[in-house]
Unconditional design. Structure first.
Length: 267
């Protein structure tokens, strides 16, 4: 169960396994409980009262008539959404990438919880291009944005071939070199020499080598006209927008574990 919130104090507490055990305890309860019952289960937790107070203050737990219960909304699947249904009628496959780029939601204020995985996004960018990967579940697909996401921590074993090629190259330097290749390929020019930068594009299926070099991922402009969508978007609240967005993102992914594309920025 992942709890979505922008409350920094709650976020810090959620990094403590003891807080998560307490929330899991409330989640499995069928009826509200008194404080004595909670203390009997968590007798070794010296910070129990402090934790409970924070969960009450942030709307995760309710205390009413001296009894405690989980107040946190828990979603086990995407909610039914009028917004999502309308957006599927307005946005074709070709416009989905532009929609994702323009409407990627801010962190949800919450608090609320989901028991299923939400898609996530990794990217590399400079002033000219953005290379983006959308991931259906976890950051495991062998793509360049995913590779650099793990630069500060150990990468999955599946990244071994790319790690052997690139090592710990600085992402800014790396992508500036890749920019030159992208610009050339977009103009139909063939690379003049091989390099680790070119090899990495082939290894991650951004480009193919022959008989003529070409890009294998969609390329879209930074902005596209989505006026009707923008007007509709503002008519709904934050939570419905949040879930509708991720449903559309999954629609873009289809049956794939990941989907990579290039944003060409305005000069």
């Amino acid at each position: 169960m992942d709890i979505l919130t922008t409350n920094q104090q709650l976020k810090r507490s959620l990094s403590d396994p003891a807080t998560n055990r307490l929330i899991a305890y409330f989640y499995q309860l069928e009826h509200p409980v008194i404080l004595r019952e909670i203390r009997s289960v968590f007798s070794e937790d010296m910070q129990l009262d402090k934790r409970l107070d924070l969960l009450i203050q942030t709307g995760v737990v309710e205390r009413k008539d001296r009894r405690y219960r989980l107040l946190l909304p828990v979603y086990q699947d995407f909610p039914q959404s009028a917004l999502y249904k309308q957006l599927t009628q307005l946005i074709g496959t070709d416009e989905l990438i532009s929609f994702v780029e323009q409407f990627y939601p801010e962190e949800l204020a919450g608090p609320l919880a989901v028991t299923f995985d939400l898609p996530c996004r990794t990217f590399l960018e400079n002033n000219s291009y953005e290379l983006v990967t959308l991931n259906a579940q976890g950051i495991t697909s062998l793509t360049l944005p995913n590779y650099f996401y793990y630069q500060q921590e150990k990468r999955p074993e599946s990244f071994g071939s790319l790690e052997k090629l690139l090592g710990d190259v600085h992402p800014g330097f790396f992508f500036n070199q890749v920019e030159l290749l992208l610009a050339a390929l977009l103009k139909g020019k063939q690379p003049k020499r091989n390099s680790i930068f070119l090899k990495s594009l082939v290894m991650t299926e951004v480009a193919s080598a022959g008989p003529e070099w070409k890009l294998e991922v969609p390329v879209v402009q930074e902005e596209a006209e989505l006026g009707e969508v923008a007007s509709l978007w503002q008519q709904y609240d934050e939570t419905e927008r949040y879930f509708a967005f991720y449903q559309l993102l999954l629609r873009l992914l289809g049956s794939k574990d990941s989907f990579t594309y290039i944003i060409q920025k305005k000069a």
